[in-house]
Design a protein around this ligand. Structure first.
Ligand code: PRP
Ligand code: URA
Length: 228
């Protein structure tokens, strides 16, 4: 089963510090798995990669937002008044640059009224530490539902740094949505931000010596923007 695979992947890599699966959701659906397979395939060109990433992002965000709070609202159909609903809270999507940009279009198709913020972070190739170079976080987000998106959760340095930064201004609920997670990245985010649930399409086997997720899909930013 998928749960068994996830468990084994985590145990294989982290026998001395098995991260709890609490707060981690692997979105288990054949369409998610199919999109991910195409994204992993090195023969998939950037044009298809972008479209697939947008589509799978919608599916992942859809699942991640299952517990959004709602308010009742009266609706006039052409025939009568009936009960409807509206979302109770503002939604803010925060994309970690560059690769998170590949998920914002799908997020906005799902939630057209969402505000979008950006955090520019790149990983230093030697130290693998995140380096911040840009930030634009929407105002009025104090109590918003904040969804941080980045396709890759590798060492977890970028995600932890983004969440640290956001928590300086934002008091609302946060969640982290990615495509592929390494056990190390999950452990890092769960340890530093145990209040932030993680949603992903897959937990992969391991990180290699260059900090790449294996089997992974390569450098997500390069594959989105054709910069490899
Ligand atoms: C990638 C990815 C994440 C980060 C994950 O970005 O999009 O932001 O690496 O790695 P981590 O969990 O070890 O921090 P990268 O630094 O390659 O920048 P880019 O998206 O601009 O290419
Ligand atoms: N960032 C990526 O884009 N890919 C990886 O495998 C790891 C970090």
């Amino acid at each position: 089963t998928l749960a068994g695979q996830v468990d084994r992947a985590i145990r294989r890599r982290s026998s001395d510090s098995v991260p709890s699966m609490t707060g981690v959701t692997v979105v288990d659906h054949p369409l998610v798995a199919r999109h991910l397979s195409v994204l992993r395939d090195k023969a998939t060109p950037s044009s298809d990669f972008r479209r697939r990433l947008s589509d799978i992002s919608m599916l992942l965000l859809f699942e991640s937002l299952r517990d959004l709070r709602v308010r009742e609202d009266a609706i006039e159909t052409p025939l009568e008044t009936t009960g409807g609903m509206r979302l109770a809270d503002e939604i803010v999507v925060i994309a970690i640059l560059r690769a998170g940009l590949g998920m914002t279009d799908g997020a906005l198709r799902l939630i057209p009224e969402a505000r979008v913020g950006h955090l520019g972070l790149y990983r230093d190739e030697e130290s693998l530490q995140p380096v911040g170079y840009y930030e634009s976080v929407p105002r009025h987000a104090a109590d918003a539902e904040v969804v941080v998106v980045d396709p890759m959760l590798a060492t977890g340095g970028s995600a932890v740094s983004a969440l640290d930064r956001l928590k300086r201004d934002v008091t609302g609920r946060m969640r982290f949505v990615c495509l592929v997670a390494a056990p190390e990245g999950i452990a890092a985010v769960r340890e530093r931000h145990p209040d932030v649930p993680i949603f992903c399409a897959a937990i992969d086997r391991e990180l290699d010596e260059r900090g790449y997720i294996r089997p992974g899909l390569g450098d997500a930013g390069d594959r989105i923007f054709g910069t490899e």
